[in-house]
Design a protein around this ligand. Sequence first.
Ligand code: SF4
Ligand code: SF4
Length: 442
Amino acid sequence: MDLKEIMKEAGIVGAGGAGFPSYAKLADGAHTLVVNGAECEPLLYTDYILLQREMPNVLSGIKAVLEYAKIPRALLCVKEHTAKRLHYTDGAKLAEKIFLKTLPDVYPMGDEISLIYQATGIVVKPGNLPITAGVIVYNVETLYNVSIMQKFSAKLTMKWLTIAGNVPQPIVTRVPIGTPIFDLFEKYSITIPEGHSVLDGGPSMGKLIDPQTAVVTKTTKGLLILPNETEAIVSKHLDGAKSIARAETACCQCTRCTDLCPRHLLGYPLEPHKMVRTAKGAVTVLPEMVLSATLCCGCGICESLACCQGISPRAVINEYKALLAKNKLRYVSKTDVEVMPEREYRMIPSEKWASVLGVQKYDKLPVFQGESTEFGRVELYLRQHIGAPSVAIVGEGDRVERGDKIAESGDGLSLPLYATISGYITAVDSEKIIIDRVNNNV
Ligand code: SF4
Ligand code: SF4
């Protein structure tokens, strides 16, 4: 089986992003593999711990991709503070064809387009895939998974994640995909204080979850417990409809949201102040008018830092994005863009960003807790990746061992799914498969 098939068959997705099936990124013609270890969201240290403990496996995953896709070099990109902790300097040779690249301690650096520019000096044309600029980007954990799946013919069953926020001690652990968050918190004696919410992901781009029902997925990079009054949580309650209504009366067109937008600063034709200005009419009348909304990376700078009127350009843009997706419209340009000279001094220092989100005081290095596999139940969603959902091939009452295939790839872009604990299938529907260690019906 070649590497692309191994990655597909193992069910590997981009470990921290939207869940793009990793095999589909492997293509000929790249000159650089950019390895994303930027970990640009505050409080998350999953990739740092992975690099600290598993560098040989990460490097072997990188080597496998370089060899398969005949890529001449790889840049392992980490922020300056991570490089310092790992005792690496910019340009250090980590292995044949693999070099370390330090990134400034600013937000956002993990955004693929910003990362590629910072690492290589190349700006991907707006709306195009990195491979059109000769670059493939994989997350550190994705490459660790490639190495493990290739060496041991293993399947993707485990997830590395950080648990942080208002907790006595942040931790990093490795647990089965599908583990209920409730069980996970119980295992580590983590309680959710009154007046706190839980995010799956970082404080800027994470999503609010219900810890009673949510589970670890293939893209869970961190779980954060934060007070409801922090900007990180308040911003999650800003919806597009409210922002559109507010925009019509409160926006003074100061353009700060555009001036600080990292995609705009890279030369992309994304101008959130104009989106806000045209809000209502654009959504209902002419979706093409707001096509450039698809260039937004969702960083939240316009919302949490730029706007002093309580408007969320990000939420307005999300409304546009939903409408454009429904109409299968997106911005794609064949023209090169020029990075704005102001970008250099308008990037947001990481510490400043953490303080804007109200999470700076929770920023502590985590303790690695090792791997935990003894959970009694997992719930595995059939849609944990972009593309067609997986298709269940098991039925209630079936006995499965950890690593057994329980769902096939759907048509087109898709991935299979594997049992992440040994046990009995206790429920299957169009959304998910549940496995319990003990079958109470038997
Ligand atoms: S920063 Fe706020 S007030 Fe200024 S243009 Fe943007 S949305 Fe309008
Ligand atoms: S969220 Fe706002 S600042 Fe960030 S890329 Fe989108 S429009 Fe720009």
